[in-house]
Design a binder for this molecule. Structure first.
Ligand code: AMP
Ligand code: MG
Length: 410
């Protein structure tokens, strides 16, 4: 029995995926060297091993002073020495009327409560004249103001970017515990599809979907496993699906439309699949399928992505990515659309929410966006020229030049 058709709105389909994702956990944890952990998902809490900063830190070049000494201006202070970054922090005790030259990043002496910027001073021998008043605390970050020893700096579920790696480095971590990457099987289907090392006959097309998906999987924190191309033949298809189900997630492409040789749903049904949706009111990507198959006491999730290359790319981003990210251990994040001004008008038929390949350009505060000319959802060359998608609501037929439109970055 084929799956009963269940076509959801875009938002309902997305929420369905998010709900299932919330139940998923990563496979395990492993230790990685700090730089190798970049892009991976943190699986431990990183705490501050000392106070941040560990000493009262000057944030400007100038003079460490007692703010009360600058009550009347100009103030003339006696310079008793110089403190550079790396100096021991109790080099001086300032008495009333005294100042110490200090550099950015140096420890302020205990009795100083502010640093006056060099721009507001003039130096003459061991005297400095200050022309601007200052409040206690200015230009000094107190001990532990950024984090106290033992505070949590990084928490599990964060993707380790350059800033997070910097935090780990500053806490002395040479290794980090990260979640193991989920293995994602990719199964392209179709009698016309041939692999890239085979010269294609005139009626054949090369497999590009397995490769675009592999890259999208890597970018989302997974490890792609390319299966051989499945023909439009039930037995071999079932065999390859079974192989794919050994991975943590299975992505199929092609064979999910209504054609006579679209056998993917049938093959999945025969493996006791439970379907959550078999279509979404979007374009490209309408025939997208999401479900799971029992596997012992757990389930393996799968997506049947439409075979048109742009549909495959879009439906991965919209629906498969949250499942993959959950398996990778990432904290769930909502899909956020940005806004840009439309550079040239759009006319479409209403009824489906559209994600159309587009180019975002402009400079500074003037982001503008326009559709790439394309031949529909098979047009990979047009998509390669695009850097985002314009999101057209399903009730719109015409969007005029100059209107603000939603975009999804790709
Ligand atoms: P299907 O979803 O199977 O009806 O396929 C829709 C279109 O996508 C057809 O023109 C296919 O030739 C094309 N297509 C399917 N699979 C792939 C693939 N792996 N790589 C590139 N194009 C594909
Ligand atoms: Mg096909």
């Amino acid at each position: 029995m084929p799956a009963p058709a269940q076509v959801l709105s875009f938002e309902a389909a997305r929420h369905t995926v998010e709900e299932h994702s919330a139940q998923l956990r990563p496979r395990g944890k492993e230790l990685a060297e700090l730089l190798d952990s970049a892009g991976q998902v943190l699986a431990e809490v990183v705490t501050a091993d000392r106070n941040f900063p560990p000493f009262p830190r000057a944030t400007r070049d100038g003079y460490a002073v007692r703010a009360a000494d600058l009550a009347t201006l100009p103030a003339r202070l006696h310079v008793i020495g110089e403190i550079k970054a790396g100096a021991p922090d109790v080099a001086f005790i300032l008495k009333a009327g005294e100042a110490a030259a200090i550099m950015t990043g140096a420890p302020a002496p205990p009795s100083a409560d502010a640093v006056v910027m060099i721009e507001y001073t003039s130096r003459n021998g061991d005297q400095v004249e200050v022309t601007k008043g200052i409040a206690a605390g200015d230009n000094i970050v107190p001990i532990g103001a950024e984090a106290k020893r033992g505070d949590r700096l990084l928490i599990p579920g964060m993707q380790l970017d350059h800033a997070a790696i910097a935090v780990a480095a500053s806490a002395g971590k040479s290794h980090l515990l990260v979640y193991s990457k989920p293995r994602v099987a990719i199964l392209s289907t179709g009698d016309e599809v041939v692999d890239i090392d085979v010269p294609p006959a005139p009626n054949q097309i090369r497999n590009s979907n397995s490769y675009s998906l592999a890259v999208q999987i890597q970018m989302a924190g997974g490890e792609p496993l390319l299966l051989p191309i499945a023909p439009d033949e039930p037995e071999r298809l079932r065999e390859l699906i079974a192989e794919g189900l050994e991975a943590d997630l299975l992505l199929l492409t092609g064979g999910v439309s209504m054609g006579k040789y679209d056998l993917v749903e049938q093959a999945l049904s025969e493996l006791q699949a439970e379907f959550f949706f078999t279509g979404a009111k979007i374009q490209p990507g309408r025939p997208v399928v999401f479900g799971r198959i029992p596997d012992g006491s757990v389930h393996k999730y799968f997506f049947g992505l439409p075979g048109n290359p742009v549909s495959t790319m879009v439906t991965f981003e919209l629906f498969a990515r949250p499942v993959l990210e959950a398996l990778a251990g990432l904290q769930p994040r909502k899909l956020v659309f940005l806004h840009a001004k439309l550079k040239s008008e759009i006319r479409v038929k209403p009824g489906l929410k559209r994600f159309l390949p587009a180019v975002l350009s402009g400079e500074f505060e003037n982001a503008e966006v326009e559709l790439v000319r394309w031949q529909g959802s098979g047009d990979i060359a047009a998509t390669a020229r695009a850097n985002c998608y314009i999101v057209v609501p399903s009730d719109r037929e015409h969007i005029a030049t100059g209107e603000w439109v939603s975009i999804l970055m790709s």
